[in-house]
Design a protein around this ligand. Structure first.
Ligand code: 3HC
Ligand code: NAI
Length: 692
């Protein structure tokens, strides 16, 4: 075995050179990997005894892409382009041997090899779009030459990881080898192509599929139109599409130039920075300073859920999906039946879309057991309570759980706002109590705020963080405070949105501005969807807020056909002249003089106090880091990932400006805008949230 450098080595067996990359965790194309590939290839080419070369990786995966941490740094050593030229122009066959995931630059390296083999569990993809980029090493020019422009458009704009079997069918992979026997399989394949004297197949020369799409601009126009909503606000998808257009319309080398220019535009832009920040922020959130990675975790093989309502049902599905049996406890047969029927309907809908088989639906439903017997929770490893948001009820349930659950069982509450310490105090084992705040719909939304009580044990925290990842969620650890991180910040926005409406902005103006900012919907459309009557009581309603007045008029949201908006039979929203009049009357009764309100003011009034609240949350230690707050907003509330989250966004505006605007708003509108001490301190020190 000859080491090329610290991360690559080259060994020749029976005329086949095996160039192995070993650069954990994911064999990203860092400077030493590129250099190792370059020098390893050149040595194998020079060695007359070598008849073919196999490029393979050690560890969990084939090359997972460029090393994202190197972006923006001065280039060093062999460039990726140099490596690819060396491989593609090699005078002997080069075979990529793929396991794990060949992603981004990794797949682009494989596409310059003359042949590709993979184990059945491998996946290939060009996920650059998800970090605000496009495949910048020929991926957009080579991929459509194999899979055709239509499939390439889907792959580069979704970033999907395509399973090896599909890759084989599409011609992206030439042969599948036996699982676990990649090295042997790849060497055997290399020997076979040498023996058969197969040509040095260069993907760049395969022109048939791109040429046949030439002169058909409708392919791209239709694709853009069909996906306009999905791509809204993002720069990268359209840049990716333009690259595939270039592959179709230009000769290979010209297409490569177009790809390079478009890549440069993205890589230097703020969206790519925000999306890469978000990629690392999500992974950083899993790291808790005083709960190290080697903290022992508790086995969770069975789960109990209390309450089969909106949240309990969705939560149960997450666990049934990964094969964990769930016991669901309700107070009435009717509520239980309704809850289980909703779950079944959700699974059936997924099956109708072809994403689950009937057998899978049956298997998952088979994991769920409904009961009215609280005692059925005696042996489960973890219980998640999802009953009404009422402290007395939650305390009663936790006291009962304390008497019922086995020692060591994790006792979690899905409360959205309530004090987890107070809930824990209802038990004699507060170390086992934790908050797991899922977001609605709980089977879909990725976020879980994991709420750490004063006495929650480290084992319980480590277990719940790891378990959340296992069920496909992004978990962020937060401290106890009213509404935790997400809802506490949301309350700032909601308050200002309500105030702005009385000052002269209409609900649809505010919704439009926040939608255009990139949020999935504005606060008023959101209220209409959720129902204005959540928490409203007819008996005590006194027309004292706009919401009360609308509920009293039976304008309770989409479900009654009217709320802030009017709705037609298809639930399309239209601005409501009735509501406009209600607002005007209410404002005048309150003695408020309405005025014209600019879009800029709407942003400043609704978003800046959220940033300020985020700073207070950090100051109080309720979130570990600013990036955790951003992860919460992106995954729980649909904050546009291309703006990186509220704290990243604040850094991009510049904290001095944020502070200045808050001070002006404080002077005009009072202490709701009083800047946090942390914000003042950061500005005084010339720092940003990123520096914390
Ligand atoms: N560069 C640098 N570090 C990377 C990386 C990359 N491309 N991909 C993953 N990592 C790091 C992660 O930050 C993490 O570090 P940590 O342990 O210190 O937190 C570690 O590798 C493991 O990553 P995950 O926790 O995500 O591990 P998983 O096993 O869950 O997933 C993966 C592995 C599917 C490879 C996933 O990490 C992934 O999707 N990575 C990004 C792939 C990507 O976007 N590639 C394209 C890069 S851009 C490019 O290639 C440009 C080219 O076209 C020129
Ligand atoms: P829900 O009203 O839809 O469901 C609550 C269920 O609990 C009902 O089916 C009820 O019959 C059952 N229940 C009440 N008392 C019970 C008891 N003693 N034993 C067993 N079951 C009992 O409520 P939802 O929306 O699911 O909320 C549950 C919890 O999740 C609340 O704490 C809420 O704040 C929180 N939450 C709600 C979100 C939402 O968007 N709905 C989002 C995140 C958290």
């Amino acid at each position: 075995m000859a080491a090329i450098n610290e991360v690559t080595d080259l060994v020749t067996e029976d005329g086949i050179a095996v160039l192995t990359i070993n650069s954990p965790p994911v064999n990203a194309l860092s400077f030493p990997v590129r250099d190792g590939l370059f020098h390893g290839m050149s040595r194998a080419i020079e060695d007359a005894s070598v008849q073919a070369v196999v490029i393979i990786c050690a560890g969990r995966t084939f090359i997972a892409g460029a090393d994202i941490t190197e972006f923006g740094k001065a280039p060093r050593g062999a460039s990726l382009f140099d490596v690819q030229q060396m491989i593609e122009n090699a005078p002997k066959p080069v075979v990529a041997a793929i396991h794990g995931t060949a992603l981004g630059g990794g797949l682009e390296v494989a596409l310059t090899c003359h042949y590709r083999v993979a184990v059945p569990s491998a996946k290939c993809g060009l996920p650059e779009v998800n970090i605000g980029l496009l495949p910048g090493a020929g991926g957009t020019q080579r991929l459509p030459r194999i899979v055709g422009p239509e499939r390439a458009l889907e792959m580069v704009t979704s970033g999907e990881h395509v399973p090896a079997k599909q890759c084989l069918a599409a011609g992206l992979v030439d042969e599948l080898t036996e699982e676990g026997k990649l090295r042997e399989g790849a060497i055997a394949f290399a020997k076979k192509i040498v023996a058969e004297k197969r040509p040095l197949k260069k993907v760049r020369d395969l022109n048939e599929k791109v040429e046949s799409a030439r002169g058909k601009p409708e392919i791209f126009a239709d694709f853009r139109k069909a996906n306009a909503k999905r791509f809204r606000g993002f720069m990268a998808p359209d840049h990716n599409i333009r690259c595939i257009e270039a592959a179709v319309n230009l000769p290979f080398d010209e297409g490569m130039k177009a790809e390079r220019a478009l890549f440069q535009e993205l890589v230097t832009g703020i969206q790519a920075k925000a999306q890469q920040y978000s990629f690392f922020a999500e992974r950083t959130a899993a790291k808790i300073p005083d709960v190290p990675a080697d903290t022992p975790t508790l086995p969770v093989k069975t789960l109990g859920v209390i309450g089969a309502g909106t949240m309990g049902g969705g939560i149960a599905m997450n666990f049934a999906n990964i094969g964990i049996p769930v016991t669901i406890v309700e107070t009435s047969q009717e509520a239980l039946d309704r809850g289980l029927a909703t779950i079944k309907r959700n699974y059936d809908n997924t099956a109708k879309k072809g994403k689950l088989t009937q057998a899978q639906v049956d298997e998952r439903m088979g994991k769920l057991t409904g009961t009215l017997d609280f005692g059925a929770l005696a042996n489960v490893d973890m219980v998640i309570e999802a009953v009404f948001e009422n402290m007395d009820l939650k305390k009663e349930i936790f006291a009962k759980l304390d008497a019922t659950a086995k020692p060591g069982a994790i006792l979690a509450s899905n409360t959205s706002y309530l004090d987890v310490n107070e809930i824990a105090a209802a038990t004699k084992r507060p170390e086992s109590v934790i908050g797991t705040h899922f977001f609605s719909p709980a089977n879909v939304m990725k976020l879980v705020e994991v709420v750490r009580g004063d006495k929650t044990s480290k084992e319980v925290i480590a277990t719940v963080m790891a378990l959340s990842k296992k069920i496909g969620k992004v978990a962020v650890l937060v401290g106890v405070c009213f509404g935790f991180v997400g809802n506490r910040m949301l309350a700032q926005r909601q308050r200002e949105a309500q105030k702005l409406v009385l000052e002269g902005a209409l609900p649809w103006d505010i919704d439009r501005v926040l939608y255009d900012f990139g949020m999935p919907m504005g606060p008023f459309a959101m209220s209409d969807l959720a129902g204005l009557d959540v928490g409203w009581n007819k008996a005590t309603s006194k027309s004292s807020t706009l919401r009360e007045i609308l509920c009293e008029m039976d304008r309770r949201g989409q479900k009654t056909g009217a709320g802030y908006y009017d709705y037609d039979a298809q639930r399309n929203a239209k601005p409501s002249p009735v509501v406009e009049k209600v607002i005007a009357d209410f404002a005048s009764k309150q003695g408020i003089n309405t005025r014209a309100i600019s879009d800029e003011e709407i942003i400043e009034r609704t978003i800046y106090p959220m940033i300020n609240e985020g700073a207070k949350i950090l100051e109080e230690g309720k979130a570990i880091r600013a990036s955790d707050i951003d992860v919460i907003w992106i995954n729980g509330y649909g904050w546009p990932v291309y703006r990186g989250g509220p704290m990243f966004y604040a850094d991009t505006i510049g904290l001095p400006k944020v502070l200045d605007v808050l001070k002006q708003l404080q002077a005009k509108h009072g202490d709701d805008f009083k800047p946090s001490a942390l914000l003042e301190k950061l500005v005084a020190e010339g720092k940003s949230f990123r520096d914390l």
